[in-house]
Design a binder for this molecule. Sequence first.
Ligand code: NAD
Length: 361
Amino acid sequence: MELNITCIPGDGIGPEIVAEAKKVLDAVAVKYGHTMNFTDVLMGGASIDAYGKPLTDETIETAKGADAVLMGSIGGDTTTSPWYKLPPNLRPEAGLLGIRKALNLFANLRPAVLYEELAEACPLKKEISAAGFDMLIMRELTGGLYFGERKTVEENGIRKAIDTLTYDENEIRRIAIKGFDIAMKRKKKVTSVDKANVLDSSRLWRSVVEEVAKDYPEVTLEHMLVDNCAMQLVKDPAQFDVILTENMFGDILSDEASMVTGSIGMLASASLNDSKFGLYEPSHGSAPDIAGKDIANPIATILSASMMLRYSFDLDKEADAIDNAVKQVLKEGYRTIDIMSEGCKQVGCKQMGDLLAQKIV
Ligand code: NAD
């Protein structure tokens, strides 16, 4: 298969971690007989330095012409970098918002996996973390409270702020279909999270999700109220497979789920549109404090590349090979500095990439 991938190395540690992800993808290409064509483009601070703006039309067009986009991270030190003296629409993050919009990415996926070998980093009690967990939060990204009409008015001398939460059934249906499709590739369970005891938008959400579920008889669907879900994530995270939820609930719950893994350098993510196209990137930022030192953990980006193979190309075997390589390297005791613990062998970013590429056999 020929895979055309646009790469956005970005800023800070971005170029280092994307280089290691390419190394692992090249190993997958050799092993499984694929051709991977990588085209690098600039975005964020690197684009500001070269072109005076964080996102160019050329970057958008190159990304649109590809089968998928693999990104490192963008942005610099927000207190010292000259990029943050620019107006907000010219700062690095504006590039990220711009490309998400241009590519119509409405579904955000964030896996939260607790690896046995990293269980010590998990802030939960041992009896809970011992069960491990492997969940994926599917968050609607372009609707709901963050995109509804808002205003601040003054009535009788009292200031009043109004935000509106709107979803139509088509917006709910398309994210629900994504959630069920992805559950079919996993443990076939969807927990749809809402606040249907209070909100009309949640009652519509629940009823559309139930309609979509009829097309997926193999998938078990359960509904959970968002306040209960927030508790269950710390009480019994092993119960979850795919958590399907709207924008604001997903924003909060995905950060909570990330924190219970305890390892920022291990967290992958993806944003998808309604075709197979997606933008894949680690959940962490550009870590300017450690850039250029060859100590960044490339695993979150490499796991994002694995998600790209699974969700944009349906190359499940190849994605499994990467996921298993990560487990194997952790089992053998290799760690980058951020996940280092006593008795393990500390390696740099490049060496971690080499080790993972070697395990693709
Ligand atoms: P950060 O995630 O970059 O860093 C937080 C801490 O985690 C730092 O100590 C960093 O060294 C460490 N860290 C992060 N990733 C790591 C890795 N792979 N290996 C080892 N250690 C790692 O968050 P921040 O410092 O708040 O933000 C830095 C810049 O990144 C800012 O400009 C911010 O706007 C940007 N950012 C970009 C994205 C994105 O591109 N999607 C996301 C978040 C933050």
